[in-house]
Design a protein around this ligand. Structure first.
Ligand SMILES: Cc1cc2nc3c(=O)[nH]c(=O)nc-3n(C[C@H](O)[C@H](O)[C@H](O)COP(=O)(O)O)c2cc1C
Length: 340
């Protein structure tokens, strides 16, 4: 299968065209860097940054974005409604080092929706167009948009796709669900093929891609230029490395207990170094083990045990026991926390 990089112009390329979805509360700097270092995504973004009445400041954006990476473009995702304020924030994001800006028109959360932001904008294609156009005019980096199919149904989807295209966005990502669908399965990929008819821009499909077969099928059947992976990267943090390898005809990474223990230890240490409390860290690690399906023999009972752990020490003892049960010789055990 012919997999080509996506060129957004102004020196920004997604190579390979498999990208990590922004996920609030999940793809914060530490976790995102771990996934990027696993060597897979052709691009990634911050979690959405909410823009209300005043522009977000450069320093606050820089904290979310982290230092620039030479190997992969990491953009800032903004969500707001006021073109002037979002455009000003986008300028600050570029000052903070963002090589690209993404605009969120998909967030379904009621607190966002009721303020007419996120997915609510899908009912107002004209406002959406004005917002994208204002940001495109304000910055000299590529501006992209991420949309759902609509609020209740896909009846205005064509207007939305055309609005993004005409406003000058460098690419469009479509999460193939409506707001009403929330995260229901399966995602409605047939709409991706429709969007292909309406935009000349690079089109990135999103929804329910868990591995190479899904990604290849989405590219083939829907004619998208790239694929965005969200929860699939929680189920398997190496999924984007697998997609990269498969696209190049290289072997996929081997993932066993040693890799999971290494991932866990670095996640823990980087979080602690960043000032996370033990409670916060425990919550983040449980978020990982709630979905993880590779590297360790996690059946329902084992998962419940991990999620019941009351302390970091307890969680780590259970993780190590699972690793030993899987392969004693390959499981060196967890290193102690770096801060200890
Ligand atoms: C916990 C969580 C947080 C999310 N936060 C964001 C976000 O900040 N910005 C955004 O555009 N989409 C967000 N999304 C949506 C994902 O980017 C993606 O569109 C969605 O999960 C569908 O892809 P998937 O089926 O591969 O998971 C979030 C999804 C989840 C599950």
């Amino acid at each position: 299968m012919d997999v080509r990089p996506i060129d957004l112009g102004r020196g920004v390329r997604f190579d390979p065209p498999f990208v990590l979805a922004p996920m609030e509360g999940v793809t914060h700097r530490v976790f995102r860097d771990l996934l990027l270092d696993a060597g897979g995504p052709g691009a990634a973004w911050t979690e959405f940054l909410r823009v209300s009445q005043v522009p977000l400041r450069t320093a606050a954006i820089r904290r979310e974005l982290g230092p620039p990476r030479a190997d992969v473009p990491v953009g800032v995702q903004l969500m707001g409604t006021d073109p002037g304020v979002v455009a000003e924030t986008a300028r600050n994001a570029v000052t903070a080092g963002a090589p690209m800006i993404d605009l969120n028109f998909g967030c379904p959360a009621p607190v966002v929706f009721n303020k007419c932001a996120g997915s609510a904008m899908l009912d107002h294609p004209e406002r959406l167009r004005a917002l994208v156009a204002a940001v495109v005019a304000a910055v000299d980096v590529p501006v992209t948009a991420k949309v759902r199919l609509g609020v209740r149904d896909a009846s205005r989807f064509e207007e939305v796709v055309r609005a993004v295209d005409e406003a000058g966005a460098a690419a469009l990502t479509v999460h193939a669900r409506t707001r009403a669908d929330q995260y229901a399965h399966p995602a409605r990929w047939e709409h991706l093929a429709r969007a292909r008819e309406w935009t000349r821009r690079p089109l990135i499909g999103n929804g329910d891609v868990l591995g190479w077969d899904d990604a290849a099928r989405m590219m083939r059947e829907c004619k998208v230029d790239g694929v965005m992976v969200g929860r699939g990267a929680l189920r398997d943090p190496w999924v984007l490395a697998r997609l990269r390898a498969r696209a190049r005809g290289a072997p996929e990474p081997e993932v066993g207990p040693a890799q999971v223990l290494g991932f866990h230890a670095r996640y823990r240490d980087d979080m602690l170094r960043g000032g996370a409390s033990e409670r916060g860290l425990l919550g983040q690690l449980k978020q990982l083990y709630r979905r993880l399906e590779v590297g360790l023999p996690i059946d329902a009972a084992a998962r419940a045990g991990l999620l019941r752990a009351a302390t970091l020490v307890e969680l780590e003892a259970r993780v190590e026991a699972l690793a030993r049960a899987c392969d004693e010789s390959a499981a060196p055990g967890l290193t102690p926390p770096a801060s200890a």
